[in-house]
Design a protein around this ligand. Structure first.
Ligand code: ATP
Length: 284
């Protein structure tokens, strides 16, 4: 793997409300390398979404006080003007949201949103059409689906259109915030496969936010576990899942549904032969 840092967080603190409110996020150091898949895990309220939004420069819109340093390909984002961030969002970095419907206007065919976004990021009309079609092909959807409205697509199909757009934009960094939590287990697996294919095709790096440790372990190279806004473990995914160091990580693993028999501590019932969780439970 390319060991060139793509995203570097250093002493990042995010606080909401008037001073001296305690930061809800305080990351000393977090690095994502070019083409790497990094999972961000942690229980509800740990600061996962805040991490993603801060990288995208969106917490400032929620009235947060943000300090420290967030660098993308060497460029400081925290002090970047909004105009610059708007350009970077959707070109160099792209969000795949938990609810893809939120990324598409309900009153427009999804293709219109896709084409407008590509045009906004410098494509000619012909390039935008060609890239949109190639993106749809990459995610296994007929190009005719571009004419559909969001409500005419399933959650999984809509998420695939969102990934097709990310692919068409050729983003170097994807930030995916619980992108599969509303999907069934088959659709989850398809999305993970597509993300991996995107890396192969474009060298895309991924910040994948989820509390579903087994899913992260199956997809990511490395997992950082957040607890109360701090990184308590940051290790290769296989090592972390096989032998968690922090108690919190062990608890998350014990509580997590599993996909495809991913490793994890076994409960007393499992050890006594009373069956395993097959990972088909909900993720939230
Ligand atoms: N706009 C906001 N105003 C005030 N507090 C906020 C705001 N956004 C997030 N927080 C607080 O920051 C903390 C971290 O929230 P965050 O959404 O990042 O957690 P999370 O790990 O993504 O949780 P979940 O898995 O439930 O989505 C929480 O205590 C939350 O209440």
């Amino acid at each position: 793997m390319n060991r060139t840092p793509l995203l570097e967080l250093h002493d990042v603190r995010v606080a909401f409300g008037p001073e001296p409110a305690e930061p809800v996020l305080h990351i000393d150091e977090l690095v994502l390398y070019e083409g790497e898949f990094l999972g961000i895990a942690g229980e509800s309220g740990a600061g996962k979404t805040t991490t993603g939004l801060t990288v995208l420069g969106l917490t400032r819109h929620a009235g947060a006080r943000v300090s420290g340093s967030v660098r993308l390909a060497g460029e400081e984002l925290l002090s970047a003007p909004e105009r610059r961030l708007r350009r970077l969002r959707g070109s160099t970095m792209t969000l795949i949201p938990q609810n893809p419907a939120a990324a598409f206007s309900p009153v427009l065919p999804v293709g219109t949103t896709v084409l407008r976004t590509l045009r906004l990021h410098g494509c000619t009309r012909a390039e935008a059409r060609a890239r949109a079609a190639a993106g749809l092909e990459r995610v296994g959807l007929p190009t005719g689906h571009l004419a559909r409205y969001p409500h005419q697509l399933s959650g999984g199909q809509l998420q695939r259109v969102a990934i097709a757009l990310a692919s068409a934009l050729r983003a170097r960094l994807l930030i995916a915030d619980e992108p599969t939590s509303a999907l069934d287990v088959m659709a989850q697996a398809q999305i993970c496969t597509l993300l991996t294919e995107l890396r192969t095709a474009h060298g895309t790096a991924l910040l994948f936010i989820s509390h579903h440790l087994a899913l992260l372990a199956g997809l990511c190279d490395r997992i950082a576990v957040l607890h109360r806004g701090r990184v308590i473990e940051d290790r290769p995914a296989a090592d972390l899942v096989a032998a968690p160091r922090a108690d919190r990580t062990g608890q998350l693993l014990a509580a997590a549904p599993r996909l495809g028999g991913a490793p994890g501590p076994r409960s007393a019932d499992e050890k006594n032969g009373k069956g395993r969780n097959d990972g088909r439970g909900g993720t939230r």
